[in-house]
Design a protein around this ligand. Structure first.
Ligand SMILES: Cc1cc2nc3c(=O)[nH]c(=O)nc-3n(C[C@H](O)[C@H](O)[C@H](O)COP(=O)(O)OP(=O)(O)OC[C@H]3O[C@@H](n4cnc5c(N)ncnc54)[C@H](O)[C@@H]3O)c2cc1C
Length: 394
């Protein structure tokens, strides 16, 4: 029996697993086992963690994996040893593999700013989003200073989505005299967004009366607010950190080329350069989407990469040809709270829809398209084929 191991139960991991299962099913190969390792029993729908309703953001991994015969181990991988083809899990348990897909994703980078770890919330993980939600729900019952004030640090996609979402969230819990401040250390919001997208976002922030502080960093966070590097102090019961993603630190255990975010360089087949039995997909990989662009840390890229990496790891074990990863189409859909949303196409982000029209697209992406099919073997394999659309119900 040969073993194909997938590390991570996020988008890239789940789609790697079913991509590999599709290949084994196609070739009727029953001498290869697929094992997925993740610390949680659920796939967390991370793109929805800024939303106020967190009821539907956990999909049991077994509802996707079991129907296609994939084993799941709950655990954390501590290190990867590509030369020995082994991984070490918690408790120093070792496991050998014939092919490995690394899909351990990314995490929010929290720099060493006084009080940040202790007092700042985030929407990076399910646990972080639940903690923020509990805090917000408690606010109306506690006369904390600045309880109507939210400071969001980081003017990228996540920072803008959580800041605009706060407008309705504060209102719903009865805090009507709200003040929301978005702090960004760059001179503009979204350094690589381009002028079209940026001007729509600026208009939405203006209409929603969200204040911005550009070219500004935070010096410290306390229970009652933040101090900015300009000397300004904002009293706020809620500070949310949304600045800076990094690839999972597992990459540090692998002797291979990485970029400034810690992502592993991969070839067109999503194989880690220099390691023939190791593939990587999703936020942990730096992959080319076409001749000029690299994939972003996004679900949009993690899902198709997962499918191809899983397919290729299985195909490699079967001596079948590998498929190159290419993804020329690129879109952006950014939620802007009660203002609506903005939808763009292409890498120069030409605006195609705004407000309610874009919001409909955003809700379809977040609530339908990025969910894997569950329960039914045929439905799961149908979207897992390397050339099939991954979208459910489209
Ligand atoms: C608030 C928010 C909004 C977003 N909005 C969008 C959006 O609108 N569009 C978009 O395309 N993307 C969006 N993203 C980004 C998107 O969620 C990520 O790019 C995507 O989740 C990456 O998938 P992944 O599988 O590579 O990694 P992850 O989702 O990070 O999954 C990694 C998995 O690996 C597991 N893992 C970690 N370490 C280990 C270990 N040592 N051993 C075993 N398992 C491990 C984790 O528990 C997790 O299951 C958003 C993200 C956030 C936080």
């Amino acid at each position: 029996m040969k073993r194909l191991v997938i590390v991570g139960g996020g988008f890239a991991g789940v789609w790697s697993a079913i991509g590999a299962a599709w290949k084994l099913h196609e070739k009727r190969a029953d001498h290869i086992e697929i094992v997925l390792i993740s610390p949680h029993p659920d796939l967390h729908i991370r793109p929805r963690l800024y939303e106020q309703d967190l009821n539907d953001v956990c999909v049991p991994l077994d509802s996707v994996l079991q129907p296609v015969g994939i084993q799941r181990i709950q655990g954390m991988v501590r290190s990867v040893h590509p030369v020995e083809k082994q991984i070490v899990l918690d408790g120093e348990r070792t496991m050998s593999y014939d092919r490995l897909v690394l899909a351990a994703g990314s995490r929010l980078h929290r720099p060493d700013i006084p009080g940040l770890d202790e007092w700042a919330f985030d929407v990076d993980t399910y646990e972080g989003a639940v903690k923020l939600d509990r805090h917000l729900r408690r606010l109306p019952h506690h006369p904390l200073p600045g309880r109507e004030v939210v400071v969001v640090v980081g003017g990228g996609f996540t920072g803008v989505e959580i800041a605009t979402e706060m407008v309705d969230r504060l209102q719903k819990i009865g805090l009507n005299d709200r003040r929301i401040v978005l702090v960004e250390k760059g001179a503009v919001l979204g350094a690589d967004w381009g002028p079209h997208l940026r001007s729509v976002v600026e208009k939405a922030l203006d209409d929603l009366e969200i204040e911005t502080r550009l070219s500004t960093s935070i010096r410290s966070v306390t229970r009652t607010g933040v101090e900015l590097d300009t000397g300004e102090r904002i009293t706020a019961a809620t500070v949310i950190w949304a600045a800076g993603m990094r690839a999972n630190p597992l990459t540090r255990t692998i002797p291979a080329k990485k970029d400034e975010l810690g992502r592993l360089s991969v070839d067109e087949y999503l194989r880690v350069n220099g390691h023939p039995h190791l593939f990587a997909a999703g936020d942990i990989a730096k992959a080319k989407t076409d001749e000029t662009h690299h994939a972003l840390m996004s679900c949009q890229h993690a899902i198709p990469q997962g499918k191809i990496a899983g397919h290729n790891a299985a195909a490699d074990l079967l001596d079948e040809p590998l498929k190159p990863y290419r993804q020329e189409r690129y879109v952006t859909c950014l939620d802007l709270g009660p203002w609506g949303a903005v939808y763009t196409e292409g890498w120069d982000r030409a605006v195609k829809a705004t407000k309610k029209e874009a919001k409909k697209i955003k809700q379809t992406i977040n609530r339908v398209w990025i969910y894997p099919p569950v329960g039914n073997t045929a439905d799961i394999l149908a979207v897992a084929a390397p050339d099939a659309s991954h979208r459910r119900n489209n």
